[in-house]
Design a protein around this ligand. Structure first.
Ligand SMILES: *Cc1c(COP(=O)(O)O)cnc(C)c1O
Length: 480
């Protein structure tokens, strides 16, 4: 008799789910509550976990208990802790528990936005939530937003939209065979790697991505941009898009958006602003001068899944001309047509994927639970903590903060006068190793002008002054 004949329950029944879900919630609550007691880093070795996981899937039910056991015994030891108060690595990827609840509900409901009709609440809540975020950021009402998974995807979509504006929808019609002069994308050497990747996928080709020179503050040099576009035009190429960064990944430098918009104004070049991390700072009116000129962009991306606190993934792409985006992205199969199509937003035509998760629920949940002022207060706390640490470091030579840091990330080096070049690099990486070996902080090394330094990115949800002070003590101990 085949096994399927003994099949009893197609999945957990709701009562069994209720019992287990309470345990899962308890697990998460305990994890978050006790997180600070764990080392933030871990010492997993490549392949170690994999070797412990059975090669063959079970033939018979093992129950969810087995999953929880795996989690405690095998998976957790192979996880550093992103929500830990001593997380100073990369950029914060905050999953506020209010957003976690929204995410949980979204998954539990299991609705898909294929059309407005397939889940009207999904579309309309997203419409409202991204507009709330726009208002919180002080952006004009010329912007229309949509939630994507990541900034990488948002930037890809922006470059496809740019490509189609320059080619008057030629590339989307004739594909790679439209046979005209090559289109060129401009960004800076400090831009995120996702920009190059997006340009590669969108068909521009690596050869047609210009890394415009940066100035001493590592911001794009708008005059160099002007010169590069002129040179490309003179050579018969077509300048198509500029991707400016407001808050670069290595040093949080801000490209000068007004000067960039001026430099490309006469050529109808699409301006996309990557403010994946720093975009959250738009919530603070006192920080908005950093973004002067952003209103002249055609598109921008910010990631509420970084500093703001919406659990990964939630990236918001804002565009000025949503009609254009939809014309580029639209496909219209009969099985997805409804009577409402001309009266509603159809977000599948604002991006790549057809199926759309109810991501708006976690953004909504974060904003409703906290309100603008509490979110602002937290961001200000992090900026104040970064200022405090900067002062400590600057008044303790040979420690140095290497570049101006308008946000919450500091680029730090300890520079004993007798060490230069490779020796200094070895010193930097050695003290960082000693810090990590304590398990009491997690930082990211990165290269600046070919030399190693250490990024200290402050802004995990639970990071208070005491954690930053403890970090500073740890750094000093590590060089002794
Ligand atoms: C983090 C970051 C990205 C990439 O974000 P994803 O959402 O992971 O794709 C892109 N640009 C900047 C400036 C970033 O800081």
């Amino acid at each position: 008799m085949p096994d399927s004949a003994q099949f009893s329950s197609p999945s957990l029944d709701p009562e069994e789910f209720r019992r287990l879900a309470h345990r899962v919630v308890d697990w998460i609550a305990d994890y978050r509550r006790d997180l600070a007691k764990r080392p933030v880093t871990n010492d997993a070795h490549p392949g170690e976990l994999l070797a412990q996981l059975p090669a063959d899937p079970p033939r018979h039910p093992e129950g969810f208990e087995a999953v929880l056991r795996d989690l405690d015994e095998r998976l957790l030891p192979a996880l550093p802790h992103w929500q830990h108060p001593s997380f100073f690595a990369y950029f914060p990827s905050n999953g506020d528990l209010a957003a976690v609840l929204g995410d949980f509900l979204s998954t539990g409901i299991g609705a898909l936005g294929l059309t407005w009709q397939s889940a009207p609440a999904l579309t309309e809540l997203e419409d409202r939530a991204v507009d709330w975020l726009r208002r919180m950021c002080g952006l004009s009402d010329d912007w229309q937003g949509v939630i994507q998974d990541t900034a990488s995807t948002s930037t890809l979509i922006a470059l496809v939209a740019a490509r189609e504006r320059t080619t008057a929808h030629g590339a989307i019609t004739a594909g790679m065979q439209h046979g005209e002069a090559p289109l060129v994308v401009y960004t800076s050497a400090e831009a995120h790697s996702s920009v190059l990747k997006a340009a590669m996928i969108a068909g521009f080709g690596r050869d047609h991505v210009r890394q415009v020179r940066v100035d001493a503050h590592r911001a794009m040099d708008a005059e160099a941009l002007r010169a590069e576009t002129a040179a490309d035009l003179a050579a018969g190429r077509r300048p198509c898009a500029v991707v400016a960064t407001a808050g670069t990944t290595t040093t949080t430098a801000f490209d000068p958006l007004t000067a960039i918009a001026d430099a490309v104004a006469e050529h109808d070049i699409w301006l996309h602003v990557d403010t994946a991390m720093a975009g959250s700072a738009l919530l603070l009116p006192e920080m908005r001068t950093l973004f002067t000129g952003i209103e002249r962009a055609d598109s921008l991306v910010m990631n509420p899944h970084k500093w703001l606190g919406v659990s990964f993934d939630c990236s918001v792409l804002y565009v000025r001309d949503d009609q254009h985006l939809v014309r580029v992205m639209r496909t219209d199969p009969s099985y997805l047509r409804t009577d409402f199509d001309d009266r509603v937003k159809t977000y599948r035509d604002w991006g790549i994927a057809l199926g759309r998760r109810f991501r708006a629920l976690k953004l909504w949940s974060l904003i409703r639970t906290h309100g603008t002022e509490r979110l602002q207060a937290r961001l200000r706390r992090d900026l104040a903590n970064a200022r405090w640490l900067r002062q400590q470091i600057e008044s303790t030579p040979p420690w140095r903060v290497l570049v101006p840091s308008p946000l919450q990330t500091l680029c730090v080096r300890h520079e004993p006068p007798d060490l230069t070049g490779d020796e200094l690099d070895r010193h930097t990486l050695a003290w960082l190793d000693r810090v990590h070996a304590t398990g009491r902080a997690w930082l990211t090394p990165a290269q600046l002008d070919g030399r190693w330094m250490v990024r200290v990115s402050i802004g995990a949800l639970t990071t208070e002054r005491e954690h930053v002070a403890a970090l500073w003590q740890l750094l000093r101990a590590a060089v002794r």
